[in-house]
Design a protein around this ligand. Sequence first.
Ligand SMILES: Cc1cc2nc3c(=O)[nH]c(=O)nc-3n(C[C@H](O)[C@H](O)[C@H](O)COP(=O)(O)OP(=O)(O)OC[C@H]3O[C@@H](n4cnc5c(N)ncnc54)[C@H](O)[C@@H]3O)c2cc1C
Length: 406
Amino acid sequence: MELIGDDHELYDVLRRPAQPQYDHVRPEAIARCRTAEDVAEALAYAGSRSLPVTPRGGGHCFAGRSSTTGLLLDLSPMAAVSVEGGLATIGAGARLAEVYRGLHEFGLTIPAGCGPTVGIVGLTLGGGLGLLGRRYGLTCDRLLAATVVLADGNVVVCDDDRDPELFWALRGAGGGQFGVVTSLLFAAVPSPAATRFRITWPRDRAADMIDAWQQWAPDAPDDITASLTVTADRVEVFGASLAAFDPGPFADGEVDVRDDLSWPDLKRSLSEGGSDERILQSKSEFVRTALPRATIDELLGSGCELNFTPMGGAYNRVPVDATAFAHRGERFLLEHTGPDGDAVRRSWSVAHPHASGRVYPNFPDPALPDWPTAYHGPNYNRLLSIKQKYDPTNTFHFPQSLGGPR
Ligand SMILES: Cc1cc2nc3c(=O)[nH]c(=O)nc-3n(C[C@H](O)[C@H](O)[C@H](O)COP(=O)(O)OP(=O)(O)OC[C@H]3O[C@@H](n4cnc5c(N)ncnc54)[C@H](O)[C@@H]3O)c2cc1C
């Protein structure tokens, strides 16, 4: 373990969080960890000084949970990606662009998210939605094993046979609660050639397009993932298709299709639109039934950007108690984003009566009143007992974490 100390200049360059709201939360020290043993040493160091401790992967947590005034575990030196017999071992410091690049060399990939600098562990522990998800499930649905350093410094490899309850909890409850993951083993899938599509209309067509999208995208064939975004000047349906692309109910827009892209090229082509910019304010909720037209009209008056992500497909074919991810019956995820927090809250309140009350653990919302139900649904009590077993002293904690704040 290498201790960097509170050298803020270096910190700015090395490990600034992706969310600007948390730039001011400075760690007392940063432990650069190259191995699981380094992590155990860092945990002992924090314990001996009564410092709060938190791991950081890609630093993208919307609620700043990988920021601390105590000891920050920087896992970026552990970013190796290796493949053997269709199984991918990925170090905790890897970000999605490195994962896709590393696996593509072997003709493989995993279903995972779009932001190229999102960390693989943070994404996986909260579920992992992405363009291959309707075909292959969440990122965590492809997880076969994880190496974890527990609060007492013990290193365990968990899977369906070894520490199965811990392995269950790591698949979807959200990061930073049970231990520090140092590597993940995935069942990879073939890296496909695919079609990237973008269909755009002026904003005054947004209500019609949302209406058509919500009837179609969650039930589309598994090979098609079509998201919808409404911005200040336009509405856009975009995504990927593993089969020949048919624009279906959207043929009257301005259609931009690129066929036969390699998977990394397709990912790059979609992030060219700027999907990895630093988001200022965001609230979201899952939706199980179509939004009424009057609600759509009201949402469009809120002044926020609206992002609709389809669920269904393989996401929803996994039983709710098979992993900790409790949101297996949802049709889509609706996100409200923008620089004005009041506008974001107003927009969320308009949709809320028609939403399911469930919230994606990877899009945490500190203002939720009943967060145990929102994030964990019927899996909450089982998660509490696993937390009690694996982190009885609540070393890994934050507001809304399973052990509660200390
Ligand atoms: C621009 C952007 C694009 C996104 N795109 C997608 C997307 O396409 N699909 C999707 O599903 N989500 C997406 N997300 C949400 C993303 O999944 C979450 O923000 C996720 O938690 C980020 O993980 P991270 O490692 O980058 O963040 P971090 O802030 O580093 O970590 C998130 C949480 O996990 C914990 N953690 C990190 N590393 C470890 C570890 N090794 N062991 C234990 N706990 C750990 C942290 O302590 C923190 O609590 C996006 C977010 C942003 C900001």
